[in-house]
Design a protein around this ligand. Structure first.
Ligand SMILES: *Cc1c(COP(=O)(O)O)cnc(C)c1O
Length: 494
């Protein structure tokens, strides 16, 4: 199966090549040229499988240039029991009529692990398959969570190094400890004197510097990024939509072929798009509800067909959804229209004018599958409180946004089974969660807050977070923003 650009430049690559390239040469995103189709036997067959086996079954539909052995190797290294604290990897928590797909049992307690555990394995295997001789240096600028998830995924992976820059005073104490205690022989973690934008601009400047690339090339090193538009980050996410359907079948909650819906807390539109791919492949999915916080650019788009990023940016208590440009939407527009020229025009309008309008016909096609809803911080907190009271189950802030959207959708009379996609452990956002549960927070440090949440929720503190209190600090480098280039060069030479 070949991969082509959403903007139609004529590039046509195998999946391994697309995963190494990341972005198409015209700035477009790689999409599969055709969508593989599965039947109900395939889906019912998943019920008897482990998550790892389900992953191989689904991935092999798309990554046709990888052998079965290669995929099995990638999957077992990514989703081993030493890395996830649930044997089910992505357990479906069924509570009466409600079902929550928990995607946060990986090493950093957030859903990014689902993709960032597998992408490095797919990339490393791709380098071997294609005979690529360069060592790949992954550069990441992070405001907290993605950096840690990328470090965990890339640590000790063959032929790849990873360097993460974070703003010296722009991350929480736990986030800083998560990164500065990072183990692995191929990792570097560097604090930048400045804010997140300084770190990100520095990384962008390095990526755009041709002379710098030539200098690295002499060392046999090429730069790459781990961002969420890489096909190798998207494809792992398709698996858990199939897996949760199989779990509902196994539990007798649905019959084979019965349609279900998903509500997904959305930022960059990667997670929910994976659900759309599952539907296109033949999974019985009725609706995908896109749940946003106050940065509700997608809610408006799904209502009007106008995507307009020219609006106020809000910092919310669900920060991983504080996004005004949802990059993966470009893939949806391509699949809905099949018209790369049109997609390229819209993306140009977005870059130049900050908005585009897909028109009523395209909008109607999107609305046939997607619904949109949003919740502000007050509603998010209310929802956390209410669900805990009713079910003794603690939602994180992102999942609470989705829960609220799911209930609105159900209130319209929808009768199909709904799965709420849960993207973070409540421990990752303990301060907001504790306030939502009615606790007042004084001068406790973050570890005391973890204990407090444990006492209330009865859920164990994730091992990765609990261990931070005593882990050795390994990374102490701090640089000025103009020293980032030199730091990269020095690390590349090591
Ligand atoms: C990244 C993230 C999201 C948004 O996922 P997208 O694929 O970017 O839409 C939601 N919740 C959490 C906790 C995240 O880390």
């Amino acid at each position: 199966m070949k991969y082509i650009s959403t903007r139609g430049n004529g590039q046509s690559l195998e999946s391994a090549e697309a995963i190494i390239a990341g972005l198409a040469e015209d700035g477009g995103l790689f999409v599969p040229e055709t969508i593989p189709q599965v039947n109900m036997d395939f889906i019912t067959g998943l019920t008897a499988m482990t998550y790892q086996e389900r992953a191989v079954a689904v991935l092999s539909q798309f990554l046709t240039d990888y052998t079965a052995e290669e995929l099995q190797g990638c999957v077992s290294r990514a989703y081993g029991s030493n890395k996830f604290d649930s044997e089910a990897i992505a357990p479906l928590n069924i509570m009466g009529d409600d079902a929550v797909l928990e995607l946060w049992h990986g090493p950093t307690s957030a859903f990014k692990d689902m993709a960032l555990q597998l992408l490095p394995q797919l990339l490393s295997t791709a380098l071997k398959k294609t005979g690529e001789k360069h060592e790949i240096l992954i550069l990441v600028a992070t405001s907290g969570d993605t950096g840690k998830a990328a470090l965990e995924g890339f640590k000790d992976v063959d032929q790849i190094k990873i360097m993460v820059f974070y703003p010296e005073n722009g991350v929480s104490r736990i986030q800083r400890l998560q990164m500065t205690t990072q183990q692995g022989n191929n990792v570097a973690v560097v604090a930048v004197k400045g804010n997140f934008d300084d770190a990100q601009s520095g990384v962008k400047r390095i990526f755009g510097n041709k002379e710098f690339a030539a200098e690295l090339d002499k060392q046999g090193v090429a730069l790459s990024s781990a961002n969420s538009i890489n096909w190798g980050r998207l494809v792992p996410q398709i698996v858990y939509y199939f897996s949760s359907y199989a779990e509902l079948l196994k539990a007798g909650k649905i019959k084979a072929g019965e349609e279900i819906s998903f509500t997904v807390p959305t930022g960059n539109f990667g997670d929910i798009l994976a659900g759309y791919y599952a539907k296109l492949m033949g999974l019985p999915v009725k609706k995908l509800i896109c749940a946003s916080n106050t940065n509700n650019v997608l809610t408006d788009f799904l209502k009007t067909g106008v995507y307009d990023r020219q609006r106020e940016f809000f910092k919310t208590i669900s920060p991983s959804m504080d996004i005004l440009i949802s990059s993966n939407l470009e893939r949806l527009l391509y699949h809905i229209t099949g018209d790369a020229k049109l997609v390229a025009q819209w993306m140009q309008q977005l870059a130049e004018k900050g908005r585009y309008d897909v028109g009523s016909e395209v909008l109607a096609k999107i609305q046939a599958v997607f619904g949109g809803d949003w919740a502000d911080d007050a509603v998010t907190k209310e929802t956390i409180g209410k669900v805990f009271k009713e079910k003794k189950y603690v939602l994180d802030t992102h999942t609470a946004v989705a829960w609220d959207g799911a209930k609105h959708y159900e209130a319209t009379g929808a009768e199909e089974k709904m799965v709420v996609v849960s993207t973070a452990s409540p421990y990752k956002f303990n301060e907001s969660v504790l306030t939502a549960l009615g606790e007042t927070i004084g001068d406790e440090d973050e570890f005391q807050l973890l204990d407090k949440l444990q006492n209330i929720s009865g859920m164990a503190i994730p091992a990765g977070l609990a261990a931070l209190k005593t882990s050795e600090i390994k990374h102490k480098q701090v640089v000025e923003k103009q020293e980032m280039d030199a730091a990269v060069l020095a690390f590349a030479k090591q």
